[in-house]
Design a protein around this ligand. Structure first.
Ligand code: AMP
Length: 419
């Protein structure tokens, strides 16, 4: 592996895997959030200003191996050019003679964006067992797809003389363009600046955190976050659990949860997490009170109650005032804080205050010298609305990748560069 800052890019075609999977508005006419592109701009500008010939490779959406004009990266060329501050060329494929020719025409400092890599099924390499298909036949098809993925990665590799992976958002995928491709550049592969920053932020929390280390987990379901919570219990001093997950824990402890979201089949899991926390000496905190609604609707009637005494017919949709105070004080006494997942149904205004209060508390803790890392689409969106995006230490661009890393899994996109 090479170090990005030390690498000599001059005259080289630098194949950069970026994550330009940007969201479009409901009418599908304009980009609603270009931050994924913006975050890779320093990497692109560094290569271009050091004489490299930048070849950008990305996926967008889920075209499932077919050409779909709505998911063409041609739609974002002008946005990329505006953010980078330079003309950006476009080629309507990412492999083959045309693509390779386009990369060879580049002059030092020029930029080329290749077409959506997922227009080719070999990038993801998904194979599903068909109904009635024998295991043996399925294995044969799986192996054939793996071979095709490697061959596809080799074709992609013809578009560059070296490889930079800057797509943290896709690092948890073992795809041709994120992982297999790196093996074709054994001496010329490296992380880009965004990827370096993401890994550095994670190491602040996982490798060498300052204690007390607090994790705040929110969101809907315990079942989605079991592995994560169990792994975090090995590392953190305190763990706050909020959002819909709260009620499975409350019920496991014998509380009354009314119509709140509760996973009956996960009560044992919640109990074992509570026991594990106790055994490890981790302070596990749940909300103490809640804002309840008589229906799942922004126009619902609201009332407050202790979190373990939701009235019959009502559902808890946000943490209450006492919980906000409690969480604020726990956040302020911590030196390293990780936040993933909203405290309530923050998409509806009456149930957004608890999530915004946590965003504000994180900003206060950061100003107080704590290291704060926020990841996951919902928490990042809440942070932005609360105006706290630039008041925390690091906002991760890759929710899924960050969570898998924190679950203790190896990220294929990272491993392929390291080894
Ligand atoms: P996740 O994708 O697991 O992080 O969950 C995020 C979703 O959890 C958001 O859409 C929230 O609206 C939802 N959520 C948070 N708190 C609650 C709650 N108390 N009841 C139901 N849904 C919730």
């Amino acid at each position: 592996m090479q170090k990005f800052a030390d690498y000599n890019f001059t005259g080289k075609r630098v194949l950069v895997r970026v994550d330009f999977n940007v969201p479009f508005d409901k009418s599908d006419s304009f980009i609603t959030d270009n931050s994924r592109i913006a975050k890779s701009v320093p990497t692109i500008q560094h290569i271009a200003s050091h004489g490299g010939r930048v070849v950008l490779l990305s996926h967008m959406g889920r075209p499932k191996g077919k050409v779909d004009p709505k998911l063409s990266l041609g739609r974002i060329v002008q946005t990329v050019a505006a953010l980078v501050g330079k003309h950006v060329n476009f080629c309507d494929d990412c492999i083959g003679e045309k693509a390779v020719e386009a990369t060879k025409k580049l002059q030092n400092g020029e930029i080329l964006l290749l077409e959506n890599v997922r227009f080719h099924a070999e990038d993801e390499g998904k194979v599903k067992q068909k109904e009635g298909e024998s295991d043996a036949d399925y294995q044969v098809r799986k192996q054939a797809m793996k071979d095709a993925q490697l061959a596809f990665a080799a074709q992609l590799a013809e578009c560059g003389d070296c490889f930079v992976n800057d797509a943290f958002g896709a690092a948890h995928r073992a795809h041709a363009s994120t992982s297999f491709i790196a093996s074709y550049f054994p001496n010329d592969k490296m992380f880009g600046l965004l990827m370096e920053a993401e890994l550095e932020a994670l190491s602040h929390v996982v490798e060498h955190p300052q204690h007390p280390l607090l994790a705040i987990m929110g969101g809907a379901k315990v079942s989605d976050k079991i592995l994560l919570i169990e792994n975090l219990l090995e590392r953190v001093d305190k763990l706050i659990i909020g959002g819909g997950m709260t009620y499975t824990f409350v019920r496991a402890m014998g509380g009354h949860t009314g119509n709140s979201l509760c996973e009956e089949d996960r009560l044992d899991v919640a109990r074992s997490i509570l026991e594990k926390a106790k055994a490890k000496g981790v302070e596990l905190l749940l909300p103490v009170d809640a804002v309840n609604a008589d229906k799942f609707d922004p126009e619902a009637q609201c009332c407050s109650s202790p979190v373990d005494a939701t009235p019959d017919g009502w559902m808890g949709l946000d943490i209450g005032k006492e919980s906000r105070k409690l969480f604020h004080s726990k956040i302020m006494e911590s030196k390293t804080i990780l936040w993933n997942g909203p405290m309530g149904v923050f998409e509806m205004k009456p149930f957004s205050e608890g999530t915004f209060a946590v965003a504000e508390a994180l900003a206060d803790a950061t100003a107080n010298g704590a290291y704060t890392l926020v990841g996951g689409g919902d928490s990042v969106a809440a942070l932005k609305v609360a105006g706290c995006e630039n008041r925390v230490s690091y906002v991760s661009t890759g929710g899924g990748a960050m969570l898998e890393y924190l679950e203790g899994k190896k990220l294929p996109g990272v491993e392929a560069i390291l080894h």
